[in-house]
Design a protein around this ligand. Structure first.
Ligand SMILES: Cc1cc2nc3c(=O)[nH]c(=O)nc-3n(C[C@H](O)[C@H](O)[C@H](O)COP(=O)(O)OP(=O)(O)OC[C@H]3O[C@@H](n4cnc5c(N)ncnc54)[C@H](O)[C@@H]3O)c2cc1C
Length: 469
């Protein structure tokens, strides 16, 4: 029997699709991929294992796909004739363990659904990002997602306790132990975090939960420039310690783009700054006065001349309006027209100097280019996104030079050209240019060991060395 017939027999009409595949073939950035053989939508781990076994025997490549929100072309096929393996029907959320603070979920569970399910037990799963209505647990694990609360709770690798993974030949590794401490050899669960669907297909995960906060305190602060921003961030972290749950930032340029293009935004301050900080505290303890704590810390920062203007949210509506300003940074820029996105990280202490130093260098490549850095001040992750000069339709020939410079300089200060979105296919070329041969070869050795035929998500993360090859 041909592979497609075997898959149709195994998965049935809802589980094996060969028509109307546009939604699976096109990702969030509208990157079109090659036509697949079909889309497999298994219902359980046994079916995933059988799909992998059949594909392996037939020598057909497989692209695992979650919510398809990858920002670097990782979840859509790079060559024709793939099977897209969608986890979207495996979205069951198991019962919460309120004694161990864990929940076991299937890989296709959407992040927002996990939030909702555990909220009913006064618990949180503290991963938050703009795509949480679509991104799935398996995709978040495979990209080792970060988001806006990584400063306090870590990235996905810190939130995953155990995993079940189907291997490229159809074998199943059951590592679903919901343990913080498990040092029986290599940390396999961590190896799959950030593996971008190249080593195995995540089918289930045991996740860490935390008590839901009973109070929050949030402020939006305007500062003169990015160097002051870094000093303010450090002072607030020192003062507010473990109560700080988010420390986000955006620029004056980003604010202007968002206010101009996104309807319904409210700017709560009287004056404009060169940069902005959104700070939030939260606690599950009932006898802690976060409002007083924040007021004292802000008072000291005002006195030290670090803050130009600021507002503390008086209620949930004001808090949501402040968060919306930060969260609409990407949308404000998208609605402005062409854009060039870069997800980089720099050591926090370098962030202000980096942003200041880069501006004239980028302007020399494309005069008038608009720079919209925003992101996560607590961990140095900058979404260093560019818009073309006012009135220009695109970046023309300057595009490659702008990206090259940003990635090269981020690496030169001890940062990363790939902070929280991964490499996908679009950053493999830069990885080979910017990281040592030892680092890249070690990754290729791991890939070769786990997937000797190279059938799982080929082209992603490890190569080919040049995407044009
Ligand atoms: C608006 C927006 C905001 C975002 N904000 C953030 C942010 O703040 N922080 C952040 O870290 N990221 C962010 N991202 C990108 C982020 O990487 C994705 O949102 C998310 O982690 C991917 O989940 P997904 O289910 O959509 O995976 P997909 O896009 O479907 O897949 C991503 C990768 O994982 C692999 N994969 C998917 N499922 C599995 C599985 N079950 N097993 C093995 N491999 C699998 C795919 O092959 C692919 O390589 C954002 C994206 C968007 C569109």
């Amino acid at each position: 029997m041909a592979l497609t017939e075997e898959l149709a027999a195994l998965l049935g009409p809802k589980g094996w699709l060969t028509e109307g595949l546009e939604a699976w073939q096109t990702d969030w950035l509208k990157m079109q991929s090659h036509a697949p053989l079909g889309v497999a939508r298994p219902e359980n781990t046994e079916q995933v294992a059988e799909v992998m076994r059949l594909a392996h025997a037939a020598g057909v490549p497989v692209t695992p796909q979650g919510g398809n929100t990858s920002l670097c072309a990782g979840a859509v096929p790079g060559v024709p004739g793939h099977i897209i393996l969608s986890l979207s029907r495996m979205n069951r959320i198991g019962s919460v363990d309120p004694l161990a603070f864990t929940v076991t979920v299937e890989a296709g569970a959407v992040l927002a659904a996990v939030h909702e399910a555990v909220a009913a037990r006064d618990l949180i799963f503290p991963m938050h990002l703009g795509a949480e209505g679509s991104a799935q647990i398996g995709g978040l694990i495979a990209t080792n997602a970060g988001g806006s609360h990584a400063l306090r709770y870590g990235m996905m690798q810190d939130l995953v306790l155990g995993l079940e993974v189907v291997l490229p030949d159809g074998g199943v590794w059951n590592g679903l132990r919901p343990l913080i401490k498990d040092n029986a050899g290599y940390q396999l669960r961590r190896l799959f975090c950030g593996s971008e669907g190249t080593l195995g297909v995540v089918t289930r995960a045991a996740l860490r939960l935390f008590p839901a906060p009973v109070s929050r305190a949030t402020a939006l602060l305007a500062v003169a420039d990015f160097e002051t921003l870094v000093r303010l961030g450090a002072q607030l972290r020192q003062e507010l310690g473990e109560f700080m749950s988010a420390l986000e930032f955006f620029s004056g340029t980003g604010l202007e783009l968002a206010l101009r293009n996104v309807p319904g935004l409210e700017y709560p301050l009287d004056t404009r700054g060169g940069a902005y900080v959104l700070v939030e505290l939260s606690t599950a303890a009932r006898c802690v006065d976060l409002g007083a704590m924040l007021e004292i810390a802000l008072g000291e920062a005002f006195e030290a001349g670090l803050i130009q203007d600021g507002a503390v949210a008086a209620n949930d509506a004001q808090r949501a309006a402040m968060w919306r300003l930060r969260e609409e940074m990407p949308e404000g820029q998208r609605l402005e027209g062409a854009q060039l996105k870069h997800d980089i990280a720099v050591p926090v202490a370098e962030l202000g100097e980096f942003i200041k130093r880069m501006a004239p260098q980028l302007d020399a490549i494309l005069p008038g280019v608009r720079i919209n850095p925003f992101g996560h001040l607590g961990d140095g992750n900058i979404h260093y996104n560019l818009s073309p000069p006012e009135g220009a339709a695109g970046f023309g020939e300057a595009k490659a030079a702008l990206s090259q410079l940003i990635y090269k300089e981020a690496e030169a200060v001890g940062g990363s050209f790939a902070a929280e979105h991964g490499l996908g296919r679009s950053k493999v070329f830069f990885a080979d240019q910017l990281r040592s041969p030892e680092e890249r070869n070690l990754m290729r050795c791991l890939k070769q060991a786990a997937d000797p035929q190279g059938l799982l998500n080929p082209g992603v993360l490890t190569g080919p060395r040049n995407p044009q090859e």
